[in-house]
Design a binder for this molecule. Structure first.
Ligand code: AMP
Length: 290
């Protein structure tokens, strides 16, 4: 194992290192992130290390996936700390490019992602998934890897990337990793640092409402409408009133599901003050009796 992590900001050097590894016939894993690393990111790096002999991590706050008025400028960027965290986690390469390196000059070419019927985050963040798919496509070219690791925290993003890999024939396997949560259930996110103590207290209501619905589903409730109604009521009771959406979708296609007849995902997005929170839980099919 190499003892030292490569820290690289330019594209040819990053590509050369990954190609060298691939030339040696070892499995290369890639973990794309926007930094401000927490246990959620670390779980991806660990999964990558468990599966691959070499692990590349990227840290890039991708301007083109943020809409006007979103939090691009105030997104946390603790680069020194992130570098240490990556090295301690055993990453072999950290690719941390500047904005001008990723997007020099004018841009004419993007990956465009079709709107989904259910929508989820799509209608609330126009252009977001085009920006995500574009930067991930670039990263797949810059850091040629065998396997890339994404969190289920951003469930729609995971499905969008899986679909892009299929549609555009990227020679890479996509692995989804479970959500890592704080002790009180709040899904870890780099954005949680923006919550005031009062908002942080209320934020736990989001995962609590989703878990309560998942339990009802496991006990046999199959009507999506009823589960969604209960989540909305729980959220209002928890003081979370600014909801973007609560939806139940097919876990593979993200198509809205009226009844739980297939593996499903309950997804929600809410705003607490200046911070937008997203979360989701799997809904297991109820066990049939008799
Ligand atoms: P981000 O830095 O927020 O763009 O996230 C980078 C990767 O880490 C994405 O694949 C996320 O889904 C994943 N991730 C972020 N938060 C979590 C979490 N709490 N648990 C698992 N994965 C996460």
């Amino acid at each position: 194992m190499p003892s030292k992590m490569h820290l690289v900001a330019d594209i040819p050097a990053a590509r050369r290192i990954c190609r060298e590894w691939q030339g040696q016939g070892v499995c290369v894993g890639l973990v794309p992130t926007m930094g401000a690393l927490h246990e959620g990111h670390l779980s991806l790096i660990r999964a990558a290390k468990g599966r691959c002999q070499r692990v590349a991590v990227s840290i890039f706050v991708n301007p083109i996936q943020f809409g006007p008025g979103e939090d691009f400028h105030r997104y946390p960027r603790p680069m020194e700390r992130d570098r240490e965290v990556c090295a301690a986690a055993g990453a072999d390469l950290l690719f941390a490019p500047r904005d001008e390196t990723m997007y020099p000059g004018r841009r004419l070419t993007f990956v465009r992602v079709e709107e989904l019927p259910g929508g989820l985050c799509g209608p609330f963040r126009p252009g977001h998934f085009d920006g995500v798919a574009t930067v991930v496509a670039k990263l797949f070219h810059i850091l040629p890897a065998d396997v890339a690791f994404f969190g289920e925290k951003d469930y729609q993003q995971l499905i969008v990337i899986r679909q892009m890999v299929k549609d555009l024939d990227f020679p890479i396997e996509i692995v989804g990793c479970p959500i890592v949560r704080e002790a009180d259930g709040l899904a870890m996110s780099s954005r949680n640092v923006h919550l005031t103590p009062e908002e942080r207290g209320r934020a736990t209501g989001l995962s609590r409402a989703l878990f309560a619905a998942a339990e009802r589903a496991a006990r046999g409730e199959r009507r999506s409408e009823e589960l969604i109604r209960a989540v909305r009521a729980d959220l209002v009771n928890a003081g979370i009133e600014s909801l973007d959406y609560v939806e139940i979708v097919d876990a593979e296609t993200l198509a809205p599901l009226a009844r739980l007849t297939r593996p499903a995902r309950l997804c929600a997005a809410a705003r607490l003050g200046q911070t937008r929170l997203i979360d989701n839980v799997p809904l297991d099919l109820p066990v049939e009796c008799g």
